[in-house]
Design a protein around this ligand. Structure first.
Ligand code: GLU
Length: 446
């Protein structure tokens, strides 16, 4: 008894030097599925763990483009097609200066299990570039996207791999990418999700990740006979996920008091109302300004260089980026009475922070479960594209809500089955992994 998970993890670390984020994501998943391996010797025999930690394919490519001054710029593009056991590769593209292979591999690895949890048939992938859209003109972003797609187009397809957005990739970038794909491939296939409504997008896709993370928090609260109504919430970030988390929390009667960006945090004791949120959306999505302006505009407090985690709250929604909740932040949150953490971002809590949340038995919803609403709604966009029709807002929202409830239920049941009731980390990893592992077994050694 006792499958040797440690040596599998050790091999991943040795064989992938210089990729700490990828190691972190692998450790987090593998450590919690040890009891599944003990119960399923057939997984060990088929070397499922050794295979699942090795991507099917890693594509990296040069992305040359010309800036507005006529100077040549060179970035690196990549796509990691991690696992397609349960469906075509699916996952976003991240454009951010911090992107390198380790980040894309951790995200692609997480995506395998997240997508499995959505109940829809999607494999796991991720891509992106170290390109920084901040401060670039629309024309520069277009030329970059076109150069990026010039290589990517040959690797993707509606039944092969369907990218979408992530940090730095929103509606504008998806538009440029789809436009150039269509030109190169002479094919109008739905190779991206997050499209605009007029050319194949789905209602509720922009809202989906934030709405989903809020539905997940609501489901967790309901296990204690409570709900979001009247709860003080902190949200980090101020992009797509953060914005629609604020919107949904408001709709459910909660109060959001923070938003942030890489420069600092705004703390608005009165709450970020619908009107203030509309202003934030204009600031961030149209003017592409900094969140500090909010403090000046609405006379709120601005905490330069700080994250929101020292603000007193009941529920926290980390919605910015990986490792944004460190051990000291987790301590601060717990000290101030926070007892719900629903992750809109991918892997925002460090392993030390996660350990604290689990030890204190708060309602902790890890990203791969709590933020799965985004990719789930991408899956719904793919379904609508295949049927060549579009569903109403109500239809998509109710499907999203149902999916989040089902993900929550799957986590609860898996955690219960393996003797760790209330542990959403184990629940999410076990439920996601078991589905993919069974599919891999069915497909033989490929
Ligand atoms: N980037 C999002 C995620 O982390 C969405 C991916 C998608 O819609 O394919 O899940």
């Amino acid at each position: 008894m006792g499958y040797d998970i440690k040596s599998v993890i050790n091999n991943v670390v040795v064989n992938n030097p210089g990729q700490p984020e990828f190691h972190q994501a692998v450790k987090e998943v593998l450590e919690s599925i040890a009891p599944v391996m003990d119960r399923h010797p057939e997984f060990a025999k088929a070397k499922i763990l050794e295979r699942i930690t090795e991507p099917d394919r890693v594509i990296t490519f040069r992305v040359p483009w010309v800036d507005d001054k006529g100077e040549v710029q060179v970035n690196r593009g990549m796509r990691v097609q991690f696992n397609n056991a349960i469906g075509p590769y699916k996952g976003g593209l991240r454009f951010h200066p911090t992107v390198y292979l380790s980040i894309i591999k951790f995200l692609g690895f997480e995506q395998i299990f997240k997508n499995a949890l959505t109940t829809l048939p999607m494999g796991g992938a991720k891509g992106g570039s170290n390109f920084d859209p901040k401060g670039k003109s629309d024309n520069e972003v277009m030329r970059f996207c076109q150069s990026f797609m010039r290589e990517l187009f040959r690797h993707i397809g509606p039944d092969t791999d369907v990218p979408a957005g992530d940090i730095g990739v929103g509606g504008r970038e998806i538009g440029f990418l789809q436009g150039y794909y269509k030109k190169l491939a002479n094919n109008n296939g739905a190779v991206l999700t997050g499209k605009a409504l007029e050319w194949g997008g789905s209602l509720i896709r922009p809202e989906a990740t934030g709405y989903g993370a809020t539905y997940f928090a609501q489901e967790m609260l309901m296990t204690r006979g409570e709900d979001i109504k009247g709860k003080i919430c902190t949200v980090s970030g101020s992009g797509n996920v953060a914005q629609y988390t604020v919107e949904k929390v408001n709709l459910l009667g909660g109060k959001v008091v923070t938003l942030s960006d890489s420069n600092g945090t705004i703390y608005d004791k009165d709450g970020i109302s619908e009107e203030k949120l509309a202003w934030v959306m204009e600031l961030k999505n149209v003017r592409r300004g900094r969140i500090k302006e909010y403090a000046d505009k609405f006379k709120a407090e601005y905490r330069e260089g700080k994250r929101p985690w020292s603000v007193k709250c009941d529920c926290a929604f980390p919605s910015a980026t990986q490792n944004e909740v460190e051990e000291k932040d987790a301590k601060e949150l717990l000290k101030n009475g926070c007892y719900v953490v629903s992750e809109g971002a991918n892997m925002p809590s460090t392993p030390e922070a996660v350990d604290l949340f689990l030890e204190k038995k708060i309602l902790y919803g890890p990203g791969k479960a709590a933020n799965a609403g985004g990719v789930a709604t991408s899956g719904l966009e793919m379904s609508q594209n295949s049927m060549r029709l579009s569903w109403s807002r109500e239809e998509v929202d109710s499907r999203l809500h149902e999916i989040m409830k089902n993900i929550h239920k799957a986590c609860i049941e898996a955690a219960q089955e393996y003797g760790q009731p209330g542990n959403y980390v184990m629940g999410a990893n076990i439920a996601g992994f078991t589905k993919v592992a069974k599919a891999m077994l069915d497909h033989g050694i490929v």
